[in-house]
Design a protein around this ligand. Sequence first.
Ligand SMILES: NC(=O)c1ccc[n+]([C@@H]2O[C@H](COP(=O)([O-])OP(=O)(O)OC[C@H]3O[C@@H](n4cnc5c(N)ncnc54)[C@H](O)[C@@H]3O)[C@@H](O)[C@H]2O)c1
Ligand SMILES: [Zn+2]
Length: 339
Amino acid sequence: MQEITLHGSRILVGECAGELLRHLPDRRPIVITNPLVSSLYQGLFPTADVIKIGDGEAYKTLDTIDYIAGRLIEIGADRDSFILGIGGGVVCDVAGFAASIYMRGCPFGFVPTTLLAQVDASVGGKNGVNRGGFKNMLGAFNQPRVVLCDPLFLQTLPAGHYAAGFAEIVKAAMIADGALFEYLRENIDRARARDGKFLERVIRDSILIKARVVAEDERERGNRRLLNLGHTFAHAIEKRAALPHGQAVSVGVCIASRLSLHLGLMTGAEVQRVIELLALLGLPTTTDIPLRDLLAFARADKKKSGDALHLILPVGIGACEARLLSFAQLEELVDKLTE
Ligand SMILES: NC(=O)c1ccc[n+]([C@@H]2O[C@H](COP(=O)([O-])OP(=O)(O)OC[C@H]3O[C@@H](n4cnc5c(N)ncnc54)[C@H](O)[C@@H]3O)[C@@H](O)[C@H]2O)c1
Ligand SMILES: [Zn+2]
């Protein structure tokens, strides 16, 4: 078992699901989960009040927050109640937001049960819901007290969701950890076999990278932006091609790498290694959507500043930088990629 601390949050990685209560603050938690996770893992839940929300992104709404608030009032929860989200990124985002505003905030924790939630959604203190088709428009920065990441949960994850988590892991490796990238390449068979010890290591390393970046910039004023590697294009691909987030991030990382090649920040061999690794992990690496169209979409993206875009670009494997590029420069660049 590994322990990482981030802004007062204790993040445990390893076998901990068997004795959840031992790792929680000394209280009877109120569990927020969904019907699927509950049916799979009820046996592991502490004897607790359970609030079930609908499964999927469609339920990441204020209506769900309102429903949870109603149930918390029925249960008699107060500001000292400990709220525990057990599920994927949707459950964690919703549970964290509900806990942040219920009676002006009560303590909360997460047991993330998808790979994406373990390495990304449950770490960093961002929570919230979508509004009117726009993602994460309402929310808060607020750290969970404890996050318990057990690879055990990943055994039941459908293949697509499992691969999606690896897109964020490869992204993290490319931002700050060339050794993690190599480790992934050398252990593809263990990744495919969902080997517990292998997963423990890559989950821990990815969380460490995110924790390091977030510790320096909790509210995304500067370097936290690096975590958006591949995401400018991914958001456009998600909308246009209806690809799941992780799969779109994989394509986005490939596009960013190819842009880096044209800017002299990566070699052709390095870009090839990135594309190969993502493919070996069962992830897509190209899109049929013209890059010009993706760029037009990015222009309307909320992170634009004036007529230029802050793009995160890999510098070799294991480092990245944010570059402010004008749309004119970017159009010229993507045209070169298409040639
Ligand atoms: N707060 C953040 O910093 C942050 C970061 C990244 C992503 N997110 C958010 O996370 C969400 C995506 O998370 P996700 O990919 O986990 O999706 P998800 O929560 O929808 O889970 C995916 C599916 O897997 C099921 N599932 C969960 N655990 C399972 C298990 N152990 N076995 C079998 N099935 C299981 C879920 O019920 C769901 O159907 C998005 O809303 C995204 O915005 C937040
Ligand atoms: Zn992401």
